[in-house]
Design a protein around this ligand. Structure first.
Ligand code: URA
Length: 221
């Protein structure tokens, strides 16, 4: 099913009516996204994994794409990277239930290898095509601060390639007069072998999340 809403008509119209209730608008877009065939990724994934969280969240976290477990569960960040994210949020004193959590790409991009489904990085065209849904989420939730978790999210949000280390620790201007914070993807920590490196990177992730949360609180004060 193709999406019904022309880009020029954001925020949303459903069945010709304007949807002013953000919770309802999110439900409608999530339902619409279930049938998304805008690119080919739907062909190999089990389901669309849409964002979740309060429609009035001041903080939005954007990851790359659902992984194997998210594809099975239909929810973002519930697998190993989600555990790292949960620990980092907890350490930063941020309640995940108050945050809107989503991904730049809404389908798991996978390559079958034997019985395993191996994660494949989304390419630029997939990120750009899927921005349709991310733009709807941003338009409805209107978060004070958007956190890009990793390079794919940074690309989706800024519309250009960005180096994480050169851009973390400060506010970044995003298109649409939004403000963002860029940090690493939680799965980066899972790939580090050395415990000291893991600890250091975890602390930096927590620092970035704290910075984002305090900027969001300040913006909403
Ligand atoms: N990695 C992501 O970027 N998002 C998820 O939801 C899970 C893993």
């Amino acid at each position: 099913m193709a999406a019904r809403w022309p880009e020029a008509e954001l925020p949303l119209f459903a069945d010709g009516k304007r949807v002013n209730d953000p919770e309802r608008a999110l439900q409608l877009v999530a339902t619409e996204a279930r049938g998304c065939t805008r690119c080919d990724l739907y062909k190999h994934a089990i389901q669309t994994v849409f964002g979740e969280g309060p429609a009035n969240a001041s903080l939005m976290l954007v990851g790359e794409q659902p992984g194997d477990q998210e594809d099975l569960a239909g929810r973002p960040f519930v697998g190993p990277a989600g555990s790292v994210l949960d620990q980092a949020l907890h350490t930063a004193g941020i309640d995940r239930s108050q945050v809107y959590v989503t991904n730049a790409v809404k389908h798991f991009k996978t390559e079958p290898r034997g019985k395993r489904r191996i994660h494949k990085k989304p390419d630029t065209s997939e990120i750009d095509i899927c921005r349709w849904w991310l733009d709807h989420e941003l338009e409805i939730v209107q978060p004070a601060i958007v956190v890009a978790l990793g390079a794919t999210a940074a690309r989706a949000l800024t519309r250009r390639p960005l180096t994480i280390n050169a851009n973390r620790g400060r506010l970044i201007e995003l298109p649409g007069r939004r403000q963002g914070v860029i940090t690493v993807h939680p799965s980066y920590l899972l790939r580090l072998q050395d415990e000291r490196d893991k600890r250091r990177e975890f602390d930096l992730l927590v620092k970035d999340l704290r910075f984002a949360a305090s900027a969001a609180a300040e913006a909403r004060a």
